[in-house]
Design a protein around this ligand. Structure first.
Ligand code: NAD
Ligand code: UDP
Ligand code: UDP
Length: 336
């Protein structure tokens, strides 16, 4: 189901030994949460050579330690806001901080990463004739006035708010993708990813699932930001990676929503984490930040039709898989 087609014009600089069957794949942001799981999946295919480019802003080499030194794997410390020359067949362009506390930390850098970083990767794709996939986000829908969100919805985004460096940055990145496609014939794929969770999330990155699990394991109150009735739909990372690969290998440019349509209020999530991980912890209501979307749920009709994809892992099954990873990283044993 994942038979790959080589893009039409491999660069003359490409090592001819690999020309026939091997696929050289660049993953930007490959040291991050989703990127490292994607690399694991790509490396399982012996025909793939994987090059990761990452500046380690939010990612870490530790996420890739099993591949360091592998003959089909290369890791380059590089910032995508600077040009880069590599010869590849496919580009999965993920590089961008994804959690609000990190992307708000240096908003100008976030915008540059989205705009200049994506421009550089498109310039690279154009030069070598590679197919390029952008990991866009459900945040392009902003605080949506349509529910659930189909790809045809144009969104309700504040252009000057504290989240805009990320939301509007990704919107420009999508625009660049489609302009390079129309103007230069670049093969593009655009995924709009909804909230994703799983092992290797940064423990203290402020995202709701990682926060609640870390808090439950440390015996601290679960901080539900007001009003608590805001909803999200949480996709387990293995499902998401499966969707990304199907999108890359398929024929549709997207944008395509990838996410789990199971919708929960943040308070329901807190109660579920409490029940599954530590029934002793309190749930505490705390202040929220501006522009927090009130509801979010993907319409995945298109992904089902075009990619034959839908998520398999339910929230109640995914949370315990993440718990094990967090326990070992936090050094918290099973006994409560
Ligand atoms: P992450 O922060 O774990 O990974 C991002 C990676 O990009 C990190 O390894 C970081 O060091 C690297 N990076 C950041 N800026 C860079 C730069 N200028 N140059 C090179 N590398 C850089 O986040 P993630 O959750 O794995 O997200 C990956 C992608 O998926 C991002 O593009 C994000 O916008 C998108 N996405 C994620 C989610 C989610 O729920 N996790 C939802 C929607 C979209
Ligand atoms: N670029 C890159 N690697 C390449 C080719 C291009 O990083 O292999 C960068 C290049 O530096 C430029 C951007 O991609 O800033 C856009 O390239 P393009 O050729 O589309 O535009 P131009 O260089 O003509 O502005
Ligand atoms: N949230 C929360 N407690 C936390 C962290 C987040 O209640 O400790 C809420 C936040 O207000 C938002 C939702 O959880 O409504 C999802 O936040 P996250 O930062 O994980 O993702 P995003 O807002 O980007 O969807």
């Amino acid at each position: 189901q994942t038979t790959s087609k080589l893009p039409p014009t491999p660069s003359p600089l490409r090592n001819s030994k690999f020309l026939q069957s091997n696929m050289r794949i660049l993953v930007t942001g490959g040291a991050g949460f989703i990127g490292s799981h994607l690399v694991d999946r790509l490396m399982e295919n012996e025909k793939n050579e994987v090059i990761v480019v990452d500046n380690y802003f939010t990612g870490s080499k530790d996420n890739l330690r099993r591949w360091i030194g592998h003959p089909r794997f290369e890791l380059i410390r590089h910032d995508v806001t600077e040009p880069i020359l590599v010869e590849v067949d496919q580009i999965y362009h993920l590089a961008c901080p994804a959690s609000p506390i990190f992307y708000k930390h240096n908003p100008v850098k976030t915008i540059k990463t989205n705009v200049i970083g994506t421009l550089n990767m498109l310039g690279l794709a154009k030069r070598v004739g590679a197919r390029i996939l952008l990991t866009s986000t459900s945040e392009v829908y902003g605080d949506p006035l349509v529910h659930p969100q189909p790809e045809s919805y144009w969104g309700n985004v504040n252009p000057i708010g504290v989240r805009s460096c990320y939301d509007e940055g990704k919107r420009v990145a999508e625009t660049l993708m489609f302009d390079y496609h129309r103007q230069h014939g670049i093969e593009i794929r655009v995924a709009r990813i909804f909230n994703t969770y799983g092992p290797r999330m940064n423990i203290d990155d402020g995202r709701v699932v990682s926060n609640f699990i870390a808090q439950a394991l440390r015996g601290e109150p679960l901080t539900v930001q007001l009003p608590g009735t805001q909803t999200r739909s949480f996709c387990y990372v293995s499902d998401l990676v499966d969707g990304l690969i199907r999108l890359m290998e398929g024929e549709n440019t997207g944008p395509i929503n990838l996410g789990n349509p199971g919708e929960f209020t943040v308070l329901e999530l807190a109660k579920t984490v409490k029940e599954l991980i530590n029934t002793e912890v309190e749930i505490k209501m705390v202040e929220n930040t501006p522009d927090d979307p009130r509801q979010r749920k993907p319409d995945i009709t298109k992904a089902k039709e075009v990619l034959g994809w839908e998520p398999k892992v339910k929230l109640r099954d995914g949370l315990p898989l993440m718990e094990d990873d967090f326990r070992s990283r936090l050094g918290v044993g099973k006994q409560k």
